[in-house]
Write a protein that binds this ligand. Sequence first.
Ligand SMILES: [Zn+2]
Length: 263
Amino acid sequence: MYPTDASHHLQGLKLAFARAGAGLMRLVYPPVCAGCGKMTDRPAALCPVCWGTVRFIEGPFCEITGLPFDHDRGEGLVSPQAIADPPRYAKARAAVFHDGVARKIVHRLKYADRADLAPMMAAWMVRAGRDVIDDSDVIVAVPLHRGRLFSRRYNQSAELARMLARLTGKPFLPGAMRRIRATRQQVGLGLRARQDNVRGAFLAVPEQAHRINGLKVLLVDDVLTTGATLEAATRALLRGGASRVNVLTFARVASQGEETLYA
Ligand SMILES: [Zn+2]
């Protein structure tokens, strides 16, 4: 069937609207700072002022937990906390502390459909996580439950993992782990409640076991708070045959006292 003049006209109108729409998008989303919203020269980047406020995590820090020491103890040391109560994952690293601008970025990636922030965030993670990236064979993201995935449209951790795979050349395995139980939001829960909340929530998918069996997994999430979620996911991966699990997050809370304040 040939298009009539009327439908041609309609097509033309649709095209005009689509073009206007694209122009409008540029007006609504010009290149602005991901922290304060002021104009910048590049999209999805920070202005110099916001950049200056980000607390990047620098050594010396505990070899296992990645948490900086209060006092300089030199490199290659393990904190008393990690010795007394070692996590199931081998090592954890994070790019920044979860406050100020960094916290805003995390929130925008998670709730505001700002997947365009993932490349910048992943680049910071590569810088902070060089040792755990080198010590891993494959990348797995902490999964969302299907219901939450539907309401948020995408999994922010998977967006970070996908970008990390692109930057590091390590394969990302999107279907390797599932959240088999919907969990309450961890916000406002203390350590014990968080542990109870996520216990048994994850499963390394049996049909995908061959993709992690005997391999070192880099487990990726946006924020490390108490580590309860990452511990539960680590347990699932180890049960699923992973030989070792390293954790890499964009942000982490600075101290135990802040754990109930943040998501
Ligand atoms: Zn700014």
